[in-house]
Ligand binder design. Sequence first.
Ligand code: FES
Length: 114
Amino acid sequence: MKSSKLRYGQKKMRTVGTTPVMLLRTEETVHATGALCKHMAWPLAWGGKVDEGCITCPLHQSRYELETGDVREWSPFPLFPAYGKLVGSMRKKRPLQVHEVRETEGWIEVRLSS
Ligand code: FES
């Protein structure tokens, strides 16, 4: 995708081959991760909140580190009643895929991780 199509703070979903990827530009870099939350496949570009190097899914607020994809929190929402924890226990906790990304000559390029 063209670099100019992804402004600071923007998140966009693209498909690389058959793999849905989320692209996100932060102050420091461009991230390329799996596009769908590993909990129940919510598209993270649709309302995912980015702060402190993490993205938080808007549905049950699972939280992933952007650099590594590691899970910081797994389906904590809502707390009362403890529906989030119950729904979280239905799916195995899994990290978000992180793909290699670079910007060159006005383009963002992604290499899918295996
Ligand atoms: S779908 Fe993302 S936390 Fe449940």
